[in-house]
Design a binder for this molecule. Structure first.
Ligand SMILES: [Zn+2]
Length: 84
C-alpha cells in the first residue's frame, strides 16, 4: 500500500466515523526520532488512531506518511459544496 492510498483510506474512515456533535481524540504516534520533537515538521510515518470520547479506537492506519497539523481540519470534515 502506498502513502496516497493509505491517506485516502484514512480520510474515508474519518468521514464515515466522525459524527457532528461528538467528541473524538486524534492520536498521532510519531517515531522517537521525528523532527516534531525538536520544533521541526514531522518527517516520520506516524501511526494515526481515531478514538471515541472513552478512548476506544475506532480506526487505525499506518503508512499514511508525514503528519500535517492541518490534516484533520479537512480529513474529518465532510466535503462541502461551495455555492458560486
Ligand atoms: Zn512524525
Amino acid at each position: 500500500m502506498n502513502t496516497r492510498h493509505q491517506r485516502r483510506k484514512w480520510r474515508a474512515a474519518c468521514r464515515r466515523l466522525i459524527k457532528r456533535g461528538n467528541l473524538y481524540h486524534y492520536e498521532v504516534q510519531h517515531d522517537p526520532w521525528c523532527g516534531i520533537y525538536e520544533g521541526h515538521p514531522c518527517h516520520c510515518d506516524p501511526v494515526r488512531v481515531l478514538r471515541d470520547d472513552s478512548g476506544r479506537a475506532l480506526a487505525r492506519i499506518e503508512g499514511a506518511g508525514f503528519y500535517d497539523p492541518m490534516e484533520m481540519v479537512t480529513f474529518g470534515a465532510p466535503e462541502r459544496k461551495v455555492k458560486a
